[in-house]
Write a protein that binds this ligand. Sequence first.
Ligand code: HEC
Length: 193
Amino acid sequence: MKIKTITTGIIITSIIAGVAVAHEGATGIVKQRMDAMSVMGKNIKLLVPMMQGKSNYDAQIVRDAALEIKSHSGETMTKLFPKMDMEMDMTKNVSKAKPVIWQDWDKFSDLSNQLLILTDGLAQAANNGLADKSDANNDAAGSASMMGGSSSMMGGAPKADPTLEELAKMPADSVFKLVTNSCAACHTQFRTD
Ligand code: HEC
């Protein structure tokens, strides 16, 4: 059994849990943010087998998925969490957003902005392919860009908070891991189970 794979699987499952749940009762902006989150969840789900080396790596698909998630992050996401709706939605028991979001707004929006940077980074790192399987993106045009990317990957373990430039040089699956960690970090703090 591969412990690493299992751990990643648990994180992924917890992130995308809810995608299949029907949201009768969710309306307006609450529905909007649930839909946006679901779109992000679908994109993550699409990339998981690729990032685990279980399906063919396709840099274009990685880029597109990263950019779609990015388009829902940052301020676009936080705008869907206006304070006013809160009490009403909690009592209707529809939203899973924790009220602490509005007490800890800076932290919440930091996490959303962090996701934006990480997905931007993932889009830029798409051509780097996977860390463990450096020949994974050998289909057609992939190999040329790999040559350029590989030398910079030898800088040791990634920092906790890499810049966009650093992310762009990392293997795509390493950046992907930071992305899923970022989803999970926000859910742990700001979403009920
Ligand atoms: C800044 C905080 C934050 C980040 C970052 C974040 N989420 Fe969420 N997510 C939430 C909150 C809060 C909810 C609950 C929303 C509600 O029920 O009103 C949620 C709900 C969800 C849901 C359930 C949607 C539904 O239909 O009920 C999914 C799926 C989801 N997020 C996926 C993701 C994925 C995938 C990522 C990363 C790519 C991500 N989220 C990043 C805060 C975040």
